[in-house]
Design a protein around this ligand. Structure first.
Ligand SMILES: Cc1ncc(COP(=O)(O)O)c(C=O)c1O
Length: 491
């Protein structure tokens, strides 16, 4: 806090310390108001704050020193008192200047719920975490061994921005082995998680006003990245009844001259929907009519598939150059903390992503890259065993979720979540709590059942809640028993 240019008026007496304490509180309040009320406030530099008797006055001062109308969000703030300023404390408080970008997007709801769960656990409460978006398995031993070897071999320097050549070759090897797709290292950019791969691709493709079609429900980060790029999210709605998939007709109806990108995941987080070859063929027929649309195909749950072979839109040869495959090692190899994602794309798109990444993070961790080579080229049996365990938990979870009165739950074909429609509970009450939406119900379950979940609003589907089954069978059984008991209290 700086003294203002009116500092001559400041009269120090015994109350100063108390006022300073209050000022700290007011300062926080101003920052809160700054976020909630007037986004343009971020561009201001200072508040002049005047404390006069037991009254508080404020005025804003812009960077160019011009006074701006008094901030009106806080009732007690009015114009500075005219005339005599004796007995006033006047301060000139710098306001941290955050960019307007921060007002354009939200932080991930999934991370928020995990944090709330952790906070309750720290208080000694036995919270079962069904908000989790990561396998509860250890990384397979041969991958860990490769990382240890890489450390001992001193792979400790900066890496090429798109990743080591042997890693990009390993990605090409995987795409041929698993998907029968031919790519060259120049088509591959590896990144610090598939999240960065997505961010690169969206920033490389989307300009202000461009429309990005995203079927609901979708992974939380998609819409927020589009907003960061100043694009416009165009949601195409699906439902439990349609197995959370969209039709070719729905896709075509959403396309406009501004459509730049189609972005989806199969298997889908959160619904578990998996598009079959024939369903993708129907979408491909639409894309053929609109050659300017690029398809971002997030295939990170590829290995966690309960219904058959994974299919990719990139397998349609005439579309391949317009498809950006997003994939990574987090889910299929239980490597969320290692941070390795990649794209496979046409050379110009790959180059654009490399250019962006060169200014953000450069190449991802050298040790992770060496471990990733072992993962991509090595034994897939640990990944398969993990999927078999997920399949058992899926059966159990599905039976328990479908036994809950009022939940409507589709069978996930991939990934590790159920995504029931819970809207029959809206309007119900328990004590002082009324459930108005999925966020209320998710919080109710956290507080009453001590089970964390993620509200569907975060995925563009406000009727639903996501419950993960990436947890032990024992915890799954315990969690769903608690959920049932808590929901029975709602009348
Ligand atoms: C659909 C989807 N895509 C991408 C990611 C990002 O994965 P990561 O950044 O861990 O590679 C996630 C993570 O939850 C996801 O669910």
């Amino acid at each position: 806090m700086q003294e203002s240019r009116f500092s001559a008026n400041i009269k120090t007496d015994s109350k100063t310390a108390a006022w300073c304490k209050r000022l700290h509180w007011i300062y926080l309040l101003l920052l809160a108001g700054n976020n909630n009320c007037q986004p343009q406030m971020h561009r201001l530099h200072f508040y002049n704050l005047c404390i006069c008797g037991n009254k508080i006055f404020s005025e804003k001062q812009a960077a160019n020193n011009q006074k701006i109308k008094t901030y009106s969000c806080l009732d007690s703030f009015t114009e500075l008192p005219p005339g005599n300023k004796t007995n006033c404390f006047l301060f000139n408080i710098p306001i941290m200047q955050l960019s307007s970008l921060l007002n354009r997007f939200n932080e991930p709801e999934t991370l928020k719920m995990a944090k709330l769960g952790r906070e309750l656990r720290a208080q000694g409460i036995d919270v079962i975490d069904l908000s989790l978006g990561e396998p509860d398995f250890d990384t397979p031993q041969h991958i860990k061994d490769a990382a240890i070897q890489a450390i001992n071999d001193n792979w400790s320097h900066y890496t090429p921005v798109p990743g080591f050549l042997d890693l990009r070759e390993a990605v090409c090897f995987k795409l041929k082995r698993d998907n029968n797709l031919d790519y060259q290292p120049e088509n591959i950019v590896t990144s610090t998680g598939a999240k960065q791969s997505l961010a690169n691709a969206i920033l490389a493709l989307v300009d202000e006003g461009d429309e990005v079609i995203i079927p609901t429900p979708y992974w939380v980060t998609y819409s927020e990245l589009v907003k960061i790029a100043r694009g416009k999210v165009v949601e195409v709605r699906s439902s439990v009844e349609s197995g959370f998939k969209i039709t070719a007709a729905q896709l075509e109806a959403a396309i406009t001259p501004q459509t730049k990108v189609f972005l989806f995941s199969s298997p889908c987080n959160p619904s578990g929907a998996v598009y079959s070859q024939s369903e993708l063929a129907a979408l491909a027929d639409v894309f053929r009519k609109y050659p300017n649309i690029t398809i971002l195909s997030d295939e990170i749950y590829e290995y966690i598939n309960f219904v058959g072979k994974h299919e990719s839109l990139a397998s349609f040869a005439d579309l391949k150059d317009r498809v950006v495959i997003i994939n990574g090692l987090s889910k299929g190899f239980a490597m969320t903390g290692w941070r390795l994602g990649y794209i496979a794309a046409s050379a110009p798109i790959a180059k654009a992503c490399e250019k962006l990444q060169g200014q953000f993070t450069s190449g991802t961790c050298s040790i992770t890259q060496k471990a990733a080579v072992a993962a991509l080229k090595g034994d897939l049996r640990p990944s398969q065993a993990m999927t078999e365990e997920f399949a058992r938990r899926r059966e159990k979870t599905l039976a328990l979720a479908r036994a809950i009165p009022g939940f409507t739950c589709n069978a996930p074909e991939g990934a590790f979540y159920v995504f029931p429609d819970v809207s029959s509970y809206y309007g119900k009450k328990y004590g002082d709590t009324t459930i108005q939406n999925a966020a209320d119900l998710s919080m109710f379950l956290l507080n009453e059942a001590h089970v964390s979940s993620v509200m569907g609003d975060a995925f563009g589907e406000p009727q639903c809640i996501r419950f993960s089954f990436a947890n032990s069978m024992g915890n799954i059984e315990k969690a769903w028993a608690r959920i049932g008991a808590a929901l029975a209290k709602l009348k």
